[in-house]
Design a protein around this ligand. Structure first.
Ligand code: SAH
Length: 472
């Protein structure tokens, strides 16, 4: 453990979530000053620039599950290993009749073993400048892994359809079952399709901006079986609300909560700000790595529960905690990584921008009776700059930023806080490589890295990297 940490435990770094009195007074310079100001080595970066200001505006606009902005089609967003195109038929490989229209699955029609090889190669190439990677971890059964499913609703040839928007259009591609999605979630969406006409509820049309029912979002807690259904409407009033709930629950008694979310904006963002719980407690509870987690409609929660345990297990293995460390869980979402680490650390601090997620994180700490963890609702870069300015030290940083990676605020402050280890988890190995370049130039070396296939059939891959401080 870093000896300088001792005695500093009570210092506060900002507004601690769940505790209103602790707003810290910072004596240091405004940490925002350096945001987005790039120094000499900018141009050499492998991917774009850090658009540091972008993410600060985004509280509530990040899409809850995919580490992307909500204005992207959840099935198509982000640059990835490979973009979707028609795949030749390969014997033994899974096929999907709408793969080319939906655009989600770059590897539909490719044998899973081949998908893994391609992703492993991609990760290895991206991280080659830093060192060698361990083999990718794939799934035993790569199907039906998505615990969160959303469907846009529309109207075609006199029937209600649901699915995804065809890329760059307002046209809903009808999808009744999907190889990626939890099958119960698909069945619930099917029942909603059936119920809408009998309740005379009109589906929303993106072109005319007319209609009530925009989307349905279903979240399934794999280990507890709890299910949340979010009905996204253009107005708060769902006709015959109680009967609708009754009819839906009659076919799916496993639904534990139903929420109406109001999104009346002409936007492709999925969820609006207002929500009303019309059945149950308004959240679901899941278990992961031996801990219990409360999940709200808008909070980020990893979408592949089987591989999340693999991913977090790997992150813990890389961190090699002994029980003495002071740990930061940056971009912590509902606090999953920090809470899993808390048993093996002296103190954990979590920082996250999304208010709902931070609230969940605070509840999660209580649910699990974890007392050595505090959560802060703040931009991770600003937060860490404040810690660095207050000469706080850290032993281990877990960082798990969204697709566009971290920023210079965060990375420069991370270097100042001088943790022995940085465990960098990423769903975009290109921005991860850009950030690793910064760390390698500022006193860190790549120790190991490994891809985890969190998103079979799609062109996305998750990657964990261990960076270690070079002793001077
Ligand atoms: N580690 C969590 C969440 C990772 S997703 C888990 O494994 O579940 C990335 C998270 O970063 C999201 O919860 C998002 O809301 C948050 N985020 C995005 N930009 C941020 C920023 N600038 N500062 C802090 N958190 C941010």
């Amino acid at each position: 453990m870093n000896q300088r940490n001792k005695g500093n435990e009570s210092r506060s770094y900002g507004k601690k979530a769940g505790f209103s009195k602790t707003e810290a007074k910072w004596k240091t310079d405004d940490p925002k000053k350096s945001a987005g100001q790039w120094k000499s080595d900018d141009k050499k970066r492998p991917v774009g620039q850090w658009k540091s200001d972008d993410r600060r505006k985004t509280t509530g606009t990040w899409h809850a599950d995919d580490k992307r902005k909500t204005d992207e089609n959840p099935r198509q967003a982000g640059r990835s290993v490979q973009t979707a195109k028609r795949q030749p038929k390969v014997p033994g490989a899974y096929q999907c009749p709408v793969a080319h229209k939906c655009g989600s699955c770059a590897y539909m029609g490719t044998l899973y073993s081949e998908q893994l090889k391609t992703k492993e190669k991609f990760v290895a190439e991206q991280l080659k400048p830093f060192g060698k990677c361990e083999p990718i971890v794939g799934m035993k059964d790569p199907r039906f892994y998505r615990n969160k499913v959303h469907a846009a609703f529309g109207w075609e040839k006199g029937t209600v359809i649901s699915g995804t928007y065809q890329e760059s259009t307002h046209k809903v591609v009808s999808i009744e079952t999907c190889l990626l999605e939890n099958q119960k979630a698909d069945a619930i969406i099917g029942t909603i399709r059936k119920l809408l006409p009998s309740f005379k509820i009109k589906t929303y049309d993106e072109n005319s901006e007319y209609g009530l029912f925009r989307r349905a979002l279903v979240r399934v807690a794999q280990s507890t079986g709890e299910i949340m259904v979010v009905l996204v409407l253009t107005s708060p009033i769902l006709p015959s609300k109680n009967n609708f709930v009754k009819a839906l629950r009659k076919e799916h008694p496993e639904i534990t909560t139903i929420i109406v979310n109001v999104n009346d904006k002409h936007t492709s963002m999925i969820l609006g700000d207002k929500e009303q719980v019309i059945y149950g407690k308004g959240y679901i509870v899941d278990e992961l790595c031996g801990k219990t987690f409360k999940i709200s409609a808008k909070s980020f929660y990893q979408i592949n529960p089987v591989q999340t345990e693999v991913l977090y297990g790997l992150a813990m293995e890389y961190a090699g905690l002994t029980g003495k460390e002071k740990v930061l869980d940056a971009y912590c979402g509902i606090g999953t990584i920090g809470l899993v680490a808390s048993d093996k650390a002296a103190k954990v601090i979590g920082v996250e921008l999304n208010r709902d997620a931070v609230r969940d994180a605070v509840v999660n700490a209580k649910l699990n009776q974890v007392k050595n963890i505090d959560f802060y609702e703040k931009d991770a870069g600003e937060f860490l700059l404040q810690m660095a300015a207050a000469s706080e030290k850290l032993d281990v940083i877990f960082m798990d930023p969204p697709r566009n990676g971290s920023d210079e605020n965060f990375l420069s402050a991370a270097v100042t806080c001088a943790p022995e280890k940085i465990v960098y988890i990423s769903c975009n190995v290109e921005t991860q490589a850009r950030d690793l370049q910064y760390l390698t130039k500022h006193g860190y070396r790549f120790v190991k890295g490994r891809g985890v296939d969190m998103f079979p059939f799609t062109g996305h891959v998750e990657c964990v990297v261990l960076m270690s401080r070079v002793e001077k």
